[in-house]
Design a protein around this ligand. Structure first.
Ligand code: FUB
Length: 527
């Protein structure tokens, strides 16, 4: 999900810092050992929107810094940071926090929205940072604009390359109504320069003069990249131009993403830098954060993708962390295809046996398989409960016309003996309402036994408060399938919908269960 920008007030010293061209190296660099992905995993620094760059024999990654508190759904991004390594496999990185802040380099920029930028080496061998920031004094409805900073090293110090203001905004280089963020820039082999940018499904491209600043000709709008949402990344390999991007073509049978809020990484190719572009497919499935954001680069003969996830400690959709994985090519076709990326994670210690056996279950629901695309069935047993969840953090059933009953179900491959369940409802309307999403009017658990669904025996306490774990205890049963039956509030033809953030099922003893296989729900009576 993307939130529209807010206004930010100017900090007192910013103009002075900008006029002096000060770099923002306030926090000293530090060494990091990455055991795998994400690169910075301990939650000390979150890092988002990675843009790789090879310079001085090193692989650098420019990243924004997510600073949203755990329950705030907003991109709080005040500064950019850099990671650098000469040994990706070894996982030894230097971290340069506080590389720069928008208001320190751009006198015309507001503080607070250091979104996805990219550093590119220009024909003059200096480094150019394309930075989407908010203009402080713009009259445009959307104040995002793209500024350009220049430095002799990726580490800075950076100064505004175009102190007159941004090179792209809602009034530059021509009037437009898009949100002008997510720039990607490529200097072609012949020294010509191309800039693409845009979000919310709108992708623009334009040639720049060799000064890296001045638009040449008119912008083109790209409409042929399937599901394009945002985060374009332009590069060239063996004479073919590649555009990799975050796609959001949601649907059960979509090759991109099952839920509206998530994104896959897809790509297209072209024979010329300004297109026409041909869609070529998906290379990375949706990650744990709702946004996904690619950067592709070759370093020491290996191609890599950088992207971000919510996988660091304390991570979330607005507390993202940069990851890096290999990209492999299929050169047997023309143009060469990018193979699906295998997402890797730092190894984790095997968790101890647990009583909650929901994570091993296959989840299904009465409104499946066509669950409304904003919700995600997978959220039921992902172990994540949030104070301010987004729709894909829950299973839900909202449609304009809701039936009086819904159910959710877990199925295991083998019989399990259970005696307790914990559930977290979500609601945006009070109990009893017949619109929106409310806690159920009533609910109960049923287990599959001898070819029939039966209520769990001696159940105590079917609580209905939203936002907390409601625990139900019952006499032990042995079954392969359990379902929660919900009676929606409302009456006649008008009923509210239902939503559940997390549903746990507790076995009588801690255990480790293998994950259920596809079709487990259709085999409820098998042993
Ligand atoms: O980080 C803010 C925004 O989230 C970026 O501009 C998008 O590409 C998405 O990653």
């Amino acid at each position: 999900m993307r939130l529209m920008p807010q206004r930010w007030s100017m900090l007192g010293g910013c103009l002075l810092a900008a006029s002096l061209g000060l770099a923002a190296q306030t926090v000293p660099p530090r060494r990091i050992h990455a055991a795998g992905n994400p690169i910075m995993a301990d939650g000390t620094y979150y890092s988002a929107d990675p843009a790789p760059l090879v310079a001085d024999g090193k692989l650098y990654i420019l990243a924004g810094r997510d600073e949203a508190p755990p329950d705030v759904n907003d991109f709080i991004m005040k500064e950019w940071q850099l990671l650098a390594t000469d040994d990706v496999a070894g996982g030894e990185w230097m971290h340069y926090p506080s590389l720069l802040r928008p208001e320190q380099v751009f006198a015309w920029a507001a503080a607070g929205r250091a979104y996805a930028g990219q550093i590119v080496r220009g024909p003059d061998r200096r480094y150019y940072l394309y930075a989407p920031v908010e203009e402080r004094d713009s009259a445009n409805p959307d104040k995002f604009a793209i500024g350009v900073a220049v430095a002799d090293s990726p580490l800075g110090p950076w100064r505004d390359a175009h102190p007159q203001g941004p090179i792209v905004s809602q009034s530059l280089p021509e009037k437009n109504d898009i949100q002008n963020i997510d720039p990607t820039v490529m200097v072609d082999d012949d020294g010509r320069v191309y800039l693409y940018w845009g979000t919310f499904g709108r992708l623009r491209g334009i040639e720049l003069e060799r000064d890296m600043l001045t638009p040449k000709g008119r912008a083109v709008s790209v409409t042929t990249l399937d599901g394009y949402f945002e985060a374009p990344w332009l590069f060239k390999r063996n004479g073919t131009y590649y555009m990799v991007y975050a796609g959001n073509k949601a649907g059960r049978s979509s090759e991109c993403t099952p839920t509206l809020y998530h994104a896959c990484i897809a790509y297209g190719t072209a024979d010329a830098p300004l297109g026409p572009w041909t869609y070529r497919g998906v290379i990375l499935a949706p990650v744990s954060s709702t946004t996904s954001h690619p950067g592709i680069i070759e370093y020491k003969g290996q191609w890599y993708i950088t992207y971000h996830t919510a996988d660091a400690q304390g991570g979330g959709h607005f507390r993202r962390s940069v990851a890096i994985d290999k990209v492999e090519w299929d050169d047997s076709t023309t143009p060469a295809r990018m193979r699906r990326v295998v997402q890797t994670h730092a190894p984790k210690a095997e968790p101890p046996p647990q009583r909650n056996i929901a994570p091993a279950a296959l989840a299904s629901a009465s409104n499946g398989p066509d669950i409304p695309v904003q919700y995600w069935l997978h959220a039921l047993n992902d172990g994540v409960v949030k104070k301010s969840p987004l729709p894909p953090d829950m299973w839900g059933s909202w449609t304009p016309h809701n039936p009086p009953r819904q159910w959710i179900q877990y199925s295991w491959d083998r019989p399990v003996t259970i005696d307790r369940s914990r559930i977290v409802f979500w609601a945006d309307h009070p109990a009893g309402a017949d619109v929106g999403i409310t806690p159920p009017r009533s609910w109960h658990l049923e287990y599959r036994h001898d070819g029939a669904w039966r209520p769990v025996p001696k159940a105590v306490n079917y609580g209905r408060r939203p936002g907390v774990f409601e625990q139900v205890a019952f006499a032990p049963v042995t079954t392969r399938c359990l379902r929660a039956m919900f009676d929606a509030s409302g009456e006649g033809a008008r009923h509210a919908a239902l939503a559940v953030q997390e549903w746990e099922v507790l076995a009588t003893a801690p255990q480790r269960l293998p994950s259920a296989t596809a079709g487990a729900d259709e085999r409820c009576d098998a042993h």
